[in-house]
Design a protein around this ligand. Structure first.
Ligand SMILES: [Zn+2]
Length: 481
């Protein structure tokens, strides 16, 4: 394994981002945050941070690390350095709308991670990803692979030309060599084709298995879209994913299949009738392979991205597992911050990952290690160092419960940001064929007419209370009301 330079870290403050983005309309950027720009309000003492080591910690705790072999290529130690630089342009998937490919820029580089910014949008929508992520592609990739590119806000779709944009704004594209060569699983079996139907787990409500469509295929991954639901439930997975199953799987395994939203008689959903009505085919059952179990066990230690504050990676413990997921606890923190992550999430790493990639690691919180200077404004949440903000990465810090991603008042707020795409004018949305594409594929209604994709949120509350054992456990009428 090649070890990248340690502690190579570039960062930038919001001012630099504005300069670097100067060519774009940034007028919508909010004024200087009142409750921000003052990170590190209280910090573990330098000695505690520097003296900390995994080796010593594991001995003290009589704990074991999750073995490196359990981690996938996307989670394990990178083979290459992160060569991306702040300001470079690229194309990539919007994590909140996985069917949408966008014009992105590198806003921050930290170790093997990148903070990516949607050109023309507020930086509150920025997101973190690994430099080796299969979700990012070089400039020109969409054109080459016939994918719709979601262009920067303020540009006309028919007038946007990448090279002109880069030239006019004096921007640099990220060189192709920085993007990893994918396909660790080999190519996608040719039997998988866009538009085919399957049964898939709703990853936001993992007890539900729903009628779904292969909405896209890129290299060895497919995009799962749930019929008649909006694209925020979509996800990319590989062929061997335990989340995708052939048509008829629920019936064979005594599980309830959730019919498409609005299906006239959901309790008596029939694949035969549905395939005929939608004039589609099922993915052949023989191409589905089951993945081997993930192997993580409770009490194993690892390094995990903190979803509430995604710029941070913390010392963490697996405290529970199920077939596809691990429940992560951040050492030293209250259990109310624990949460489930997919076992194949690119946000969990073996111990030592931060050290080797040059990313800061948040060490376990111990109240005694924290030194607060007299008169210093500090976040009142135990363990919180005042880094990050409930309103996303445009605020680098906070010093009150109001902005704290961990405060009780904010703990229940999963989605505090507005949807980036809903900000757009209706005209833009209508001209965006990446949306109309999924309409064509997946939202054919039962009289054969196209129907507008229903953008209502899924009835999570109801769905969560359901036990999927048999049909009688589900009140489908209620579920789809
Ligand atoms: Zn805080």
């Amino acid at each position: 394994m090649k070890q990248p330079n340690r502690k190579r870290k570039l960062s930038m403050d919001s001012k630099e981002l504005l300069n670097q983005d100067g060519c774009l309309e940034q007028a919508e950027e909010e004024k200087k945050p009142r409750d921000g720009a003052a990170p590190l309000s209280h910090v573990p003492s330098v000695t505690a941070q520097e003296a900390w080591s995994w080796e010593q910690y594991l001995t003290e705790q009589k704990a074991t690390a999750a073995p490196v072999e359990l981690f996938s290529k996307d989670q394990s130690f990178p083979e290459h350095e992160n060569g991306f630089q702040v300001g470079m342009r690229l194309e990539g998937i919007d994590p909140r709308h996985p069917s949408v490919f966008c014009v992105l820029s590198v806003a921050e580089v930290c170790g093997y991670r990148l903070r990516l910014h949607f050109d023309g949008y507020l930086s509150c929508y920025d997101f973190w990803t690994n430099a080796g992520s299969p979700d990012i592609h070089p400039v020109g990739w969409c054109e080459k692979t016939k994918h719709e590119l979601h262009i920067p806000k303020g540009y006309r779709k028919d007038k946007f030309v990448w090279m002109d944009y880069l030239k006019a704004c004096k921007l640099q594209n990220a060189p192709k060599k920085l993007f990893r060569n994918r396909s660790s699983n080999g190519p996608m079996p040719k039997e998988f084709q866009v538009g085919m139907k399957l049964e898939a787990v709703d990853r936001k409500n993992p007890s539900l298995v729903c009628v779904a469509t292969v909405a896209d295929i890129v290299e060895d991954r497919l995009l799962v879209h749930f019929d008649n639901w909006d694209d925020s439930y979509d996800y990319w997975c590989d062929v061997n994913s335990p989340y995708v199953q052939p048509v008829g799987w629920c019936q064979e395994n005594g599980r309830t299949l959730i019919a498409p939203q609005g299906y006239p008689d959901p309790e008596n959903f029939s694949w035969t009738e549905y395939l005929e009505a939608t004039q589609t085919n099922a993915v052949p059952a023989k191409v589905f392979k089951m993945r081997t179990p993930h192997g993580f066990l409770p009490s194993m230690r690892l390094e995990a991205v903190d979803r509430r504050n995604p710029r941070l990676i913390r010392v963490a413990t697996v405290i529970d597992v199920d077939d596809q997921r691990v429940k992560v606890h951040f050492d030293g923190w209250d259990h109310k911050y624990d949460y489930w992550m997919d076992a194949d999430s690119p946000d969990i790493h073996p111990i030592g990952w931060c050290d080797i990639t040059g990313h800061p690691l948040e060490i376990p919180y111990r109240a005694n290690d924290v030194k607060i200077l007299p008169g210093q404004a500090v976040c009142p949440t135990p363990g919180c160092r005042g880094i990050g903000h409930i309103r996303g990465p445009r605020y680098s810090g906070h010093h009150s419960a109001f902005g704290c991603p961990y405060s009780d008042m904010n703990l229940k707020k999963e989605a505090t940001l507005h949807d980036r795409l809903r900000e757009q004018t209706q005209a833009n949305l209508e001209s965006d064929s990446s949306h109309s594409k999924s309409k064509n594929l997946c939202s054919l209604n039962f009289s054969g007419k196209h129907e507008k994709v229903n953008s209502q949120p899924r009835p999570v509350q109801q769905a969560k209370c359901l036990k999927i054992k048999g049909k009688e456990d589900i009140d489908l009428d209620n579920l789809f009301r």
